[in-house]
Ligand binder design. Structure first.
Ligand SMILES: [Zn+2]
Length: 131
């Protein structure tokens, strides 16, 4: 058990190391919604690599982290996915597709048509198909 805790701590420390690079990459703006200065934190996108790395991590704001939690997503909040889903950052695009799929399942027509018109690279499709 103690080992698990220290592994978790090691992962958080490793993630904190990415903070500077992430801040530079996103220019201190949330990589999902684009707003600045809203308590940005690193979030890893599953499936997780053995060590945290930049490609599997995004820097997102407090509002977006909260808005991801409920089972039923707030479709008004997530409307910006129409833009974000075209992100050239793989972790961001994968997250945007996952959220848009959830909204589509909830019956949001704009989310369904967004997915229908979407082009995804083979690497992104592979990532999305990983368990
Ligand atoms: Zn945000």
């Amino acid at each position: 058990m103690a080992k698990g805790v220290s592994n978790k701590k090691a992962r958080i420390d490793a993630l904190a190391h990415l903070g500077k690079d992430l801040t530079r990459r996103c220019r201190a703006h949330c990589e999902l919604c684009g707003h600045g200065n809203r308590g940005l934190e690193a979030l890893e996108v599953e499936p997780l690599p053995a060590e945290p790395d930049l490609d599997h991590t995004m820097f997102i704001c407090e509002q977006c982290r909260q808005a991801m939690r409920p089972k039923e997503l707030n479709h008004q909040y997530w409307r910006f996915l129409e833009t974000t889903i075209w992100s050239d950052l793989p972790a961001v695009q994968v997250t945007a597709v996952r959220l848009t799929r959830r909204l589509s399942v909830q019956g949001e027509e704009w989310a369904t048509s967004l997915l229908e018109g979407l082009y995804l690279s083979p690497a992104i499709i592979e990532w999305l198909n990983e368990p």
